[in-house]
Design a binder for this molecule. Structure first.
Ligand code: ADP
Ligand code: ZN
Ligand code: ZN
Length: 701
């Protein structure tokens, strides 16, 4: 303890998981001059944990006396890490909001979004880190000052880009700017607008935060920022950094030294004292939603953060989320359009190949239609590249015995084990269990067990067989497991060592492949009939994005094509795709969503329960439902009955979910606040229930 004369009650946010039922910061005794936002060590139970000094309760909002421990019962705070400037008031308001909105405890969220290594330091170790950082920063500043300042030649903006940039810069001058939705096709020059807007903010002495969906899928974006802002301090923040590096980058942002932070969803919480602009690239991308713990949407929090900081937020996409699109239609977001591709490159011609036209012969695979093979061959002859896209990895989704109907089911999940031919394994993509491929049917001994359906591995094989001499390569989660392998495989494509690239959605996103003139989706129909109402939206944006891979080189654009093999060529989604008409697609989807009362016209929360038995999971949700109905706040809400999840059992755990639908966000929030404490109580009574969680604004249903 230090020497402040009379200790006072301080509130400290500590890492107490949501399921302990604690939601607010806890009371401790600390010195008078302990500033909110300071990291301190405290004891929780018997453990020494890191805490963050939170704010005093505002006058009049004090808890009633009987709910607070008397000061004599409070424990003192331990060592303060006061070499670190406190986390700002605005940062704490962001965390307060996120914790409240996503129904987590403030302490859990606050601590979980700090770099893991920071939580383990004592005051002395922190000082050592800071000293090391000072030294490194001084050195790089010196190096930057000595280096000849390379003048980067900026491209002349097109008239459309200039208008877009002017609109953005005008926002920066406003007292409380609305978020901007930058809507522009792939290749229409959005990134150039980000760069210019960032430059303007940097010149004002502000910091810039750029969020990207997945950093390793977009190395080019990072490279373009690094090139444009050579000599400025740029750091990245994402979960693949080593803990030491992540701490260094975080500190650099927090100390105001990093001028530009480029990161994935977790970077939305980066502490940046002079934040002046937030860019969210590919704002529609599902990876902005965190899938465990606090299930926050980094895109939505970026918008909230912009509102708190009164700074512009740019959401960029060729196919905005329908939520953002609707906000723009309603005037809450300012829409900025880029309608032309740079250099006048045309969009690829979309060909919908009707699979019904194929002659159906038993045993003949229809993965690749003859016309598509011809189109691929043409590219091959001209020395151009093609991309063939299938969103399923492995060789075949299931092995099957046609004598006894045995299927390669996972013993632990309600799913098939996927056949991987390369290493002769059956692998479950849900629980990860992996077994050798049996020589014969395990059930009847039939030696002729056959793969059903196809994944990227089989597609690669079929393409190589059908197009002898073609250099076929595959990129998916299986081929890129090793560190650096994605980079080297991408480099091979860029260098022209590959004629046909086969891959999952990994290759459909972001990459700037110059020489690809044909993109083909061989089997995308599944999403049309998914039980998840967002599946068509995701498919449309994926196909638009995949199509955007073709003809990025304006000279080749005219000859570039996108092929979609489908059994439903008349479907509205494909019809809009053929015309590259996002607006029409969005209008038809929004129409469906209004009639069905789905987001963005309704607000959802999903409660998921996991149990050792079906009963445990289901009964918990049934009891939760009864508790909800007993609450007056549930009036006007739609409470759907508990149902098994699409893959109901994973790793021997039974999973159920229950959907809640509300007409307004505020109504849903009020209800959840009243209801969740009851769920904490129910959980303690429900035997066999392993976990439950609430997902506000769930993305996948
Ligand atoms: P998007 O982010 O919308 O896909 P980019 O900003 O990457 O578009 O632009 C596509 C290509 O055009 C890039 O290679 C970029 O360097 C180039 N580019 C962008 N703006 C201009 C411009 N005004 N003049 C010339 N080239 C440009
Ligand atoms: Zn059999
Ligand atoms: Zn499994």
């Amino acid at each position: 303890m230090n020497d402040a004369s009379s200790p006072r009650r301080v509130r400290v946010a500590v890492e107490a998981p949501q399921h302990s039922g604690l939601t607010g910061p806890l009371d401790y005794l600390g010195p008078q001059d302990l500033t909110p936002g300071t990291l301190v060590h405290v004891t929780l139970g018997r453990r020494d944990v890191m805490g963050l000094v939170w704010d005093d309760l505002p006058e009049g909002q004090d808890l009633p006396g009987e709910d607070r421990l008397p000061e004599s019962g409070l424990r003192p705070v331990g060592e303060a890490l006061d070499a670190l400037p406190p986390l700002s008031d605005r940062w704490r308001r962001l965390v307060d909001f996120a914790a409240g909105y996503y129904q987590r405890s403030v302490g859990e969220l606050a601590l979980s979004v700090l770099p893991p290594q920071l939580r383990e330091l004592d005051a002395k170790q922190l000082q050592a880190r800071l000293k090391k950082l000072d030294k490194a920063d001084a050195e790089s500043a010196k190096a930057a000052a000595e280096a000849p300042s390379a003048l980067v030649a900026l491209p002349m903006l097109t008239a459309q880009q200039q208008t877009a940039l002017d609109a953005l810069l005008a926002l920066a001058g406003r007292e409380a700017p609305p978020p901007a939705l930058l809507w522009g096709l792939t290749g229409s020059g959005k990134t150039e607008i980000y760069l210019r807007a960032a430059q303007a903010a940097l010149e004002r002495g502000q910091q810039v935060l750029v969020l990207v969906p997945e950093i390793n899928l977009t190395p080019q974006l990072e490279a373009r920022f690094a090139e444009r802002f050579a000599g400025r301090a740029i750091v990245s923040l994402h979960s693949a950094l080593t803990p030491a590096r992540r701490l260094r980058h975080w500190l650099s942002a927090h100390l105001g030294r990093a001028q530009l932070v480029l990161g994935t969803r977790l970077a939305v919480f980066a502490s940046m004292p002079r934040l002046g602009l937030i860019v969210v690239d590919e704002e529609h991308d599902p990876s902005y939603k965190q899938q465990d713990g606090a299930r926050y949407s980094a895109r939505d929090l970026a918008v909230y953060r912009g509102h708190l900081e009164k700074i512009p937020v740019v959401l960029g996409s060729a196919t905005p989320s329908l939520e953002s699109w609707q906000h723009a239609l309603g005037g809450r977001y300012q829409r900025i359009d880029l309608t032309e591709r740079i250099g006048g490159g045309a969009l690829p011609k979309v060909r919908l190949f009707d699979m019904n036209r194929l002659e159906r012969k038993k045993g003949v695979t229809t993965a690749l239609s003859v016309p598509l093979l011809d189109a691929l061959r043409k590219r091959l002859d001209r020395g151009e590249q093609s991309l063939v896209f299938l969103n399923r990895r492995g060789y075949a989704p299931v092995l099957h015995c046609d004598q006894c109907n045995w299927k390669s089911d996972c013993p632990h999940c309600s799913a098939h084990q996927v056949f991987h031919k390369e290493d002769r394994t059956l692998r479950c993509h849900h629980c990860g269990v992996s077994t050798r491929v049996p020589r014969a049917c395990p059930s009847c001994g039939n030696p002729d067990i056959a793969p059903l359906g196809r994944g990227t591995e089989r597609l690669e094989e079929q393409l190589a067989q059908a197009l002898p001499g073609a250099r076929v390569a595959r990129i998916d989660a299986d081929t890129t497991r090793l560190k650096g392998s994605l980079e080297s495989q991408l480099a091979a494509v860029h260098e022209g060592d590959v004629d046909i690239l086969v891959g999952t959605q990994m290759v459909a996103k972001g990459h700037d492949f110059r020489r690809i003139t044909l993109v083909a989706a061989v089997n995308p129909d599944g999403a049309l009939f998914s039980s998840d109402f967002r599946a068509p939206e995701r498919l449309f944006s994926l196909l638009m994005q995949a199509g955007g891979r073709a003809g990025r080189d304006a000279a080749q654009a005219a000859a570039s094509e996108m092929w979609v093999q489908t059994w439903y060529p008349e479907h509205a989604l494909y019809q809009s795709l053929q015309k590259h008409d996002y607006e029409a697609f969005a209008a038809s989807q929004l129409h469906e969503r209004t009639t069905a009362n789905l987001p963005p016209f309704a607000h959802l929360a999903l409660v998921r329960a996991e149990g050792r038995t079906v009963e445990a999971a289901r009964d918990f949700l049934t009891a939760a439902q009864e508790a909800a109905r007993a609450l007056p706040l549930s009036l006007g809400l739609l409470l759907y009955p508990p149902v098994p999840m699409a893959v109901a059992r994973v790793a021997d755990v039974e999973r159920f979910q229950m959907l809640i639908e509300a007409g307004s966000r505020a109504q849903l929030q009020r209800f959840l606040r009243a209801w969740l404490p009851e769920l904490h109580a129910l959980k303690r009574r429900q035997k066999g229930l392993t976990r439950w969680a609430v997902d506000v604004d769930p993305l996948a249903i």
